[in-house]
Design a protein around this ligand. Structure first.
Ligand code: AMP
Length: 281
């Protein structure tokens, strides 16, 4: 496995792979890899001959009061895991390499970021689309793999790729969960045992909404109210949002239908967790 730290070197490596007629997949990550990330990497290898994993904690997608400094990091552990899934290249640039002095261009998707996480994380998706567009130009992949756990991120990136005619196939992978249902996340490492128990309320509330819908409930507000009180029964929880919305536009839905997206962001202690699921008839 090759470790590459500069943009020039990565671009050359990817030109070489393309010249050999091989296809290339990219899995962008912020590191502190877990089974969710590794599942994305295995899916990438099913679609392409070669796999590039990027490890980059992107400063521009963190707000001033967010956890950029505290974000968990374990480069040696990450390299071992990437090697175990037989990644071909790990691209791990510094922040200076990615954002040299004077940089002043960004990629902005207009409407999709105006919902869900975008409402409380101002500028977050501009940071995401800009860094992902840069990674696409640096790695030049044929396909890129993202998790459905970050549903809005996947929607925003798919939109960017469509709107800017980027010749890259975007592949979404279902959320990988712990045995008890908690969506895997690098941020789960912040939770103490009591908070870890309360964190289960996210997945359980998705199941609760699914059950209500299955029993015939169509009123989105009813379901939101029910879920809100259920989550708040758990210690240390504070709700950022509970949304029932259209899975494509992310606009609020008043009436539930097959395929409606339920998305949640909840603070458990100081840790902000997200989860989502689609309602099924
Ligand atoms: P991150 O390192 O948190 O930026 O995540 C990198 C990629 O892994 C993103 O596409 C995430 O959606 C995806 N991912 C993170 N957690 C999970 C999970 N539990 N299941 C599936 N994909 C995930």
């Amino acid at each position: 496995m090759e470790i590459i730290k500069t943009i020039d070197h990565m671009q050359q490596a990817s030109d070489g792979i393309r010249m050999e007629g091989e296809s290339l997949a990219l899995v962008p990550t912020m590191g502190y890899l877990h089974e969710g990330h590794l599942t994305l990497m295995r899916a990438a290898k099913d679609h392409c001959d070669r796999l590039v994993v990027s490890l980059f904690v992107n400063p521009t997608q963190f707000g001033p009061n967010e956890d950029f400094e505290a974000y968990p990091r374990d480069t040696q552990g990450d390299l071992k895991k990437a090697e175990d899934v037989r990644a071909d290249i790990v691209f791990m640039p510094s922040a200076k390499e990615m954002y040299p002095q004077g940089a002043q261009t960004s990629v902005v998707v207009k409407d999709l970021p105006q919902h869900l996480c975008g409402l409380s994380r101002s500028g977050h998706f501009d940071g995401v689309t800009t860094v992902v567009a840069k990674l696409f130009h640096i790695v030049k992949p044929h396909a890129a793999v993202f998790g459905q756990k970050d549903y809005q991120q996947l929607a925003v990136i798919s939109r960017m790729v469509m709107d800017l005619d980027m010749d890259i196939r975007i592949i979404g992978v279902p959320t990988v969960r712990e045995a008890d249902g908690l969506a895997m996340s690098s941020r789960n490492s912040y939770l103490n045992p009591e908070e870890r128990m309360s964190a289960l309320s996210l997945k359980k509330s998705l199941d609760l909404a699914q059950r209500l819908f299955h029993e015939g409930e169509k009123n989105a507000q009813m379901v939101k109210d029910f879920v809100r009180s259920y989550i708040l029964e758990h210690p240390h929880t504070k709700i950022d949002y509970i949304s029932l919305c259209d899975p494509v536009t992310l606009e609020d839905a008043n009436t539930l239908a097959d395929g409606t997206l339920m998305a949640l962001a909840v603070r458990v202690g100081k840790t902000r967790l997200i989860d989502n699921g689609r309602l099924k008839k």
